[in-house]
Design a protein around this ligand. Structure first.
Ligand SMILES: [Zn+2]
Length: 62
């Protein structure tokens, strides 16, 4: 079961270099996009076990 990567919003690329900490908002770089490290550029991640996500998933059925 896969779901859209929340880090890159399914794009597979991110604007922040992978070596920049998550809470760091400024960095020096001449590039504007990097492969998403969380999903390895696929835009998809393995979904967590459905137990804790059941309530959110049910919203799609309404
Ligand atoms: Zn991603």
């Amino acid at each position: 079961m896969y779901q859209k990567c929340p880090i890159c919003d399914g794009q597979g690329i991110v604007s922040k270099p992978p070596y920049v900490a998550g809470d760091q908002n400024t960095w020096v770089s001449d590039r504007t996009s990097y492969p998403c490290k969380t999903c390895n550029g696929t835009g998809l991640i393995v979904a967590p076990t459905p137990n804790s996500e059941a309530k959110e998933a049910n919203n799609e059925n309404i």
